[in-house]
Design a protein around this ligand. Structure first.
Ligand code: X8Z
Ligand code: ZN
Length: 611
């Protein structure tokens, strides 16, 4: 809902999109002075709220942009102030909206928008202005701590997350991996008490709006009763889990061969520092360790991009060209002028990739510290997906300028990325020869190391937060709960005993950045549903993992038609408009990976799987 930003993803601030301009008139909202909470007054109230929030949004958005591009004490403060004003306003509107709960005769749009106003705040603040200010300051501080984070080695060499991540990706020395892994986790212990206070304040804010806790408020954003949502996630995860377990089993066996079974016991969770990624959420960097031996070597997109002299800009241009081939209008000139593509040498910035729509018209931007590699090539498509979505729904009214549910926003660019197939790379001149069908297992393995490996992580981050919000773990128990969930869902374990003050969840952007995470789990399901449908529309009759919709304007039109709907309808209806299906459905992902699943099952014969 609109209460989730124009900047997609990373909510640097605890807030959604906006903050306010001091010159705006804040008087008279809601039912005050407007008589009874009648249906007529509700319409008027919603219109007023939309107008004010739309206007207020831009300044906070600009403030947040400046802050995350120049992290200093001053921009932190300015950003917190802007955020505080916006939050206060949002909370007032939410409370006003609740007054219409029992109003009869509301039309469905007004009812929908009132619900959005009431429940769509990511981090609601208590009504007390001092607490709102405190909460905004904490939010800004946490974002800055993460953005500025670095680890200094004994030789005085200090590395930021990007460089530490390079070690996680490339090193095969367990000691180096462990130091980088531990080093990054030194950034987060000072966040723990601030985070705990933020939870306390946000829960108070949620309670004032009538929710038992913040987790329930977050789960209210899915066009179904909040209590049904976890069961829906369990259903989807239950379907994908056997595939994940098969992948886990094979990867663990191969890591055992690489590092020895003393380090990687073959009947337990995998040590989290050996999977090629700081959070073990994407395993594609260890492809060479787990690659199918009998299939022909597939291509190495990182090497191709480097050999062809790609840089950050030309990589983004290639992403834009894909969308253009589907019939999407080119990005505006300002996108190229205002985006941040490369990490600046001279200042701290938030490098975590994000996409922005500053004026909700066409001031689209991305902010990324792009490296020339396959992973960032994919992330560029991910971010551009956000931008094209933002542009597609910009004719909707303010509260509907968002995705059908938050998983949809995350799924669009990832759907396009599934079309970066060997055939596509050949078409655009990056690959001479397309591997024949014997290369499919290699291709699917790479995709699974990204997408399937990610799924339990995508689920557990909010399982952790929901329990924290519900008071099931206090600050002393945060870290243990985190590792219980990592073991339960991912089958990974901390590589060493965690220090008493460890706050490992804080070492993942979205926790200090307060960005809900279940959206990425949903996106994994949705992207394969979208891909399957778009390939059908494109008339592709081959295996779906080989299909690329590049150049197919019918597929582009149908995709755009869905994007244009924004959040104006319940997500099942939006999903149906594109796919004909009313439900999220894991069969698309399972069908896509079916050949790999058979292959993994063969490899795993005789191995003891599970943890
Ligand atoms: O945060 C992101 C995007 C921005 S919305 C780069 N992602 C999650 C992550 O990095 O943890 C994309 C995949 C999951
Ligand atoms: Zn995203």
């Amino acid at each position: 809902m609109k209460t989730s930003l124009t900047r997609y993803l990373p909510l640097l601030l605890p807030l959604l999109l906006i903050a306010c301009k001091p010159e705006i008139d804040f008087t008279v909202t809601g039912t005050d002075g407007a008589g009874e909470p009648s249906a007529e007054n509700a319409i008027e109230f919603v219109a007023r709220a939309e107008e004010q929030l739309a206007e207020l949004g831009q300044e906070a958005e600009r403030m947040a942009w400046v802050y995350s591009n120049f992290i200093t004490e001053d921009t932190e403060k300015l950003s917190a102030i802007a955020n505080e004003k916006f939050t206060a306003r949002q909370v007032e509107f939410a409370a006003e909206a609740a007054k219409f709960n029992d109003t009869e005769g509301l039309d469905s749009d007004t009812r929908r928008k009132l619900n959005m106003l009431r429940s769509g705040i990511v981090i609601p603040a208590p009504g007390d202005p001092a607490k709102t200010a405190e909460q905004s300051e904490i939010g800004a501080r946490l974002g800055g701590m993460y953005g500025k984070g670095e680890y200094c080695y004994a030789n005085g060499n200090c590395l930021d997350l990007g460089l530490l991540s390079d070690i996680m990706a490339d090193s095969r020395d367990p000691e180096d991996l462990l130091e980088a892994w531990n080093g990054w986790r030194e950034v987060s212990p000072p966040m723990r008490d601030l985070y705990a206070r933020q939870v306390e304040l946000a829960n108070e804010g949620a309670a004032e709006l009538g929710f038992p806790d913040l987790g329930t408020m977050w789960r209210s954003a899915y066009d179904m009763p909040p209590e049904d949502f976890p069961a829906e996630l369990d259903r989807l995860w239950g379907e994908v889990k056997p595939l994940y377990e098969a992948l886990h089993c094979h990867v663990r066996a191969k890591l055992g061969e690489q590092y020895g079974t003393a380090l990687v016991p073959q009947d337990g969770p995998i040590p989290a520092h050996l999977l090629g990624n700081m959070w073990a959420q994407d395993w594609s960097n260890i492809y060479s360790l787990v690659a199918p031996e009998e299939t022909v070597a597939s291509y190495d997109l990182t090497a191709i991009l480097k050999d062809r002299g790609f840089d950050a800009i030309t990589m983004v241009q290639a992403g834009e060209a894909f969308f253009s081939s589907l019939g999407f209008e080119q990005l505006p000139e300002t996108f190229w002028e205002r985006s941040l593509f490369v990490k600046p040498e001279d200042r701290d910035v938030v490098c975590h990739a994000s996409a922005w729509d500053v004026d909700e018209k066409d001031d689209l931007r991305i902010k990324m510290c792009i490296k020339v590699n396959a992973e960032d090539f994919k992330t560029i498509h991910h971010e551009l997906g956000h931008n094209y979505y933002q542009r597609a729904y910009n004719k909707e009214s303010y509260l509907y300028r968002s995705s059908a549910n938050d998983g949809f926003h995350e799924a669009v660019g990832d759907t396009i990325a599934l079309s970066i197939t060997p055939e596509y790379l050949q078409k655009i001149g990056l690959l001479e020869n397309v591997p024949d069908a014997s290369g499919d297992i290699a291709l699917l393995m790479k995709r699974a190391l990204e997408g399937i490996a990610f799924m339990p992580f995508g689920l557990l981050v909010d399982q952790w937060r929901w329990q924290v919000f519900a008071g099931e773990a206090g600050p002393e128990g945060y870290n243990d709960l985190w590792w219980q969930l990592r073991e339960k869902y991912q089958g990974v374990k901390a590589p060493n005993d965690r220090p008493a003050d460890a706050f490992d969840p804080g070492a993942k952007y979205h926790v200090p950045g307060n960005t809900p995470y279940t959206r990425y789990f949903l996106a994994r399901i949705l992207q394969f549903q979208f891909h399957r449908t778009l390939c059908e529309i494109a008339g592709d009759e081959g295996p779906v993992h080989r299909c690329s919709i590049y150049g197919n304007t019918q597929a582009g039109e149908r995709l755009n038609a869905m994007l244009e709907m924004g959040r104006s309808q319940p997500w099942p209806d939006v999903l149906e408009a594109l796919t004909g299906q009313h439900d999220m459905d894991a069969t698309a992902i399972l069908d896509y990976f079916a050949p790999l699943k058979s292959w993994l099952d063969e490899q795993n014969q005789g191995r003891q799987c599970g943890w």
